[in-house]
Design a protein around this ligand. Structure first.
Ligand SMILES: [Zn+2]
Length: 704
């Protein structure tokens, strides 16, 4: 039996050595963790990554389309080839395609614009495919609106308030805003609250075009006709299918069990995206006050606020239906702790070709899966069960991941971590986000991964000091990173990708990672194989790197007997969030509520985390007890009643900000109560947070 296994190992190693580099030495029996990792790292192959991306980007594959289903089948086939137990899971979700989308300038006379004009550049081999979806906003309502236009900068809360201070009333008007600094769904949410009749969101060349550098096809930046499609779903209140809050959108779910769409929490203001080529004639002919200077973009004239005299007619006819979507789930049973699950995933639906978003992540995941397959053939068995998810309909509102997480909510109590990728490669700068308990773990994984720049990924990451942006949202504003040392920076998790249901609904510690660059084709037809090969990763060396770091994180989470959580750091970072909030509360209230109990609870959690990390379990029972405590302490950070006004979001430490969308709102209950100037709610939220932290500390202390 042993000899047989050894033969397998040698064969596997010989096969693995085919991908370049020195032949790894044969594995001794029993093989060490170092040997296992060496075998894994030898597998991801730039050539195969390139072939896979070519297949994945061969056709537009929006969620629910026949091409999207083919993409799911391709991923499932790769999972099966690697030896994963694989299934395709179908859901039926409420979502829209565009039926008729147009906007026309109807006044003043002489100004003409009929959009959206097709996305065209001087040369791109993919731009004429009739399957390219007309630029539109996922989850926008239909509507016919004709009104004067008002310019509202980024459409942030402070921008709408500033218009109010200048006595410019957006009620009944079409509001025009530029992309950047916040999630487009927050722009739509605020436009609705301030009474706008319509919303146009355009890409200004200042943050997304020629001001950044040479536009495509000469350079990587957004060309004049490039449009950023995207969802405006209110995912900061409720991600997933908006007609099934908290329940699963299984096929055949009776309509009587769904919230009727007109009563669901969905955007109410007709909203659509524009290129700057289509936005220019509107902005250029606006009158009224000169815009504040920091509202000026990079188009070659002075921006004015309006209203008018430009009037626009928006005609949006959305084709809404319950549509089938397909998640792909691949499983490797654990050999020692089969009831503990390591989750990893990324989505497979794309607005158009999706070379970066999400193809680059799918490719890296598939190469990681192939690495695991090679190890399985060599006789390796992960100690914990590993589950890979290739999610659908992320772009419309995190639908595939949310529905799956809701379906398995009870069993997911056994999940120990979720490792996410999305737009995994658009350049050479590595960045990552994670809960504080996994930040050091990620740095340690990066120390074992070679960088295409030479040395290790960790060294390159630390030198660049790149503060991570949300991978799915270039130019959405960088999050402040609470960092208690000058090590490689790891950001906090906001919302904008598929970790949301796992972390923010179920309390599963999560991470997200990407290698980013000059990504000027986000959600446009030009995010295609040609752009990727020229500007993102010509040699697929960063795809190889991402496959290695993502896969190695999964392998280590699956195989380390004691879970690699650092709750000492978690407690310290929470204490830092609290001190910042305390300063804000003093400014807001003058005499703020006491933060002493919450701070003491955070510090107690940190001390308990330090103590449990020193425990050396003597036997399997003790390992199990320590791991149970570590897992339960993470779950203890869930608030029993969720966050005020959005009970689906239960995490006490992280939620998407309702006024920022993607950026992480830390200790969101407390911070949002301070923002609202509500002293009583601040006190209540501090008490709830204190209770959660003491509960978590208590669980850890019992294991000392
Ligand atoms: Zn994405």
């Amino acid at each position: 039996m042993k000899r047989f296994l050894l033969a397998w190992l040698c064969a596997a190693l010989l096969a693995a050595s085919g991908s370049g580099g020195a032949t790894p030495p044969p594995l001794a029996e029993p093989h060490t963790q170092a040997e296992i990792e060496k075998l894994f790292l030898s597998v991801p192959d730039p050539k195969i990554a390139e072939e896979d991306l070519r297949v994945l980007t061969s056709a537009p594959h929006i969620a629910g389309s026949p091409e999207d289903k083919k993409t799911a089948e391709f991923v499932a086939q790769k999972f099966r080839e690697a030896g994963l137990q694989t299934e395709i899971v179908e859901y039926k979700v409420w979502m829209n395609y565009p039926a008729e989308i147009s906007m026309d300038v109807v006044a003043p006379p002489g100004v003409k614009m009929h959009g959206p004009r097709p996305e065209r550049v001087s040369s791109d081999p993919y731009q004429d495919d009739p399957r390219i979806v007309v630029p539109y906003c996922g989850m926008s309502p239909s509507g016919d609106v004709e009104a004067e236009v008002i310019y509202a900068n980024y459409g942030r809360l402070e921008d709408f308030k500033r218009l109010q201070q200048m006595n410019i009333d957006v009620r009944g008007k079409i509001v025009m805003v530029r992309y950047g600094t916040n999630y487009r769904g927050v722009k739509a949410y605020l436009a609705q609250q301030f009474g706008a009749a319509g919303l146009l969101i355009y890409s200004d060349p200042l943050e997304d075009g020629y001001f950044k550098g040479e536009p495509y096809p000469k350079g990587p930046w957004r060309p004049a006709t490039g449009v950023q499609r995207g969802s405006i779903a209110y995912t900061f209140n409720l991600p997933g299918d908006p007609t099934t809050p908290g329940i699963v959108s299984v096929p055949g779910l009776p309509l009587s069990q769904r919230t009727p769409p007109q009563r669901a929490d969905m955007p109410k203001v007709p909203t659509t995206p524009l290129s700057w080529a289509d936005a220019e004639p509107i902005l250029k002919h606006m009158a009224g006050l000169e815009s504040p200077r920091d509202w000026q973009g990079a188009l070659p004239f002075t921006y004015h606020l309006g209203p008018g005299p430009v009037r626009v007619r928006m005609h949006l006819k959305q084709d809404y239906a319950y549509r089938a979507i397909w998640d792909v789930i691949g499983r490797v049973p654990g050999s020692v702790y089969p009831d503990e699950w390591v989750l990893a995933g990324n989505h497979h639906d794309a607005w158009v070709y999706g070379a970066v978003d999400p193809g680059s992540g799918t490719v890296a995941m598939l190469e990681a899966v192939r690495g695991l397959g090679r190890m399985l053939k060599a006789g390796w068995r992960p100690k914990r069960t590993i589950i890979f998810g290739s999610w659908d309909a992320e772009e419309h509102g995190l639908m595939g991941s949310t529905e799956w997480a809701e379906q398995h909510a009870a069993e997911l109590d056994r999940a120990v971590a979720y490792v996410n990728m999305d737009s995994a490669v658009s350049g050479a700068n590595f960045g990552a986000s994670a809960v504080p308990s996994l930040k050091q773990f990620l740095r340690d994984v990066a120390k074992a991964v070679p960088s295409p720049k030479g040395g290790t990924l960790y060294q390159a990451w630390r030198v660049a000091g790149e503060i991570p942006s949300q991978p799915d949202v270039p130019d959405s504003g960088r999050m402040p990173v609470v960092q208690l040392n000058n090590d490689a920076p790891v950001g906090d998790l906001g919302s904008g990708s598929d970790y949301t249901p796992f972390l923010q609904h179920l309390g599963i510690p999560s991470t997200d990672m990407a290698s980013s660059g000059s990504y000027g084709v986000y959600h446009s037809a030009f995010d295609d194989f040609t752009w990727f090969k020229r500007f993102a990763d010509p040699d697929f060396a960063y795809e190889q790197e991402m496959a290695r770091v993502f896969g190695l994180a999964v392998v280590r989470l699956a195989d380390s007997d004691v879970l690699p959580y650092d709750d000492e750091n978690y407690g310290k970072e929470i204490a830092a969030y609290l001190r910042t909030a305390q300063d804000r509360a003093e400014k807001m209230f003058g005499k703020p509520p006491s933060f002493a109990a919450a701070l003491e609870a955070a510090e107690r959690f940190a001390r308990a985390g330090a103590a449990i990390s020193r425990v050396q379990p003597k036997d399997a029972a003790e390992v199990a007890a320590v791991n149970r405590a570590l897992r339960e302490a993470e779950r203890a950070l869930l608030l029993p009643n969720g966050l005020p006004g959005r009970p689906w979001f239960r995490h006490a430490i992280y939620a998407p900000g309702r006024y920022t969308g993607y950026a992480a709102a830390v200790i969101p209950g407390v911070n949002e109560a301070i923002d609202a100037g509500d002293l009583q709610a601040t006190e209540q939220q501090l008490a709830a947070l204190t209770a959660a932290l003491n509960h978590a500390a208590n669980i850890l202390e019992r294991q000392r």
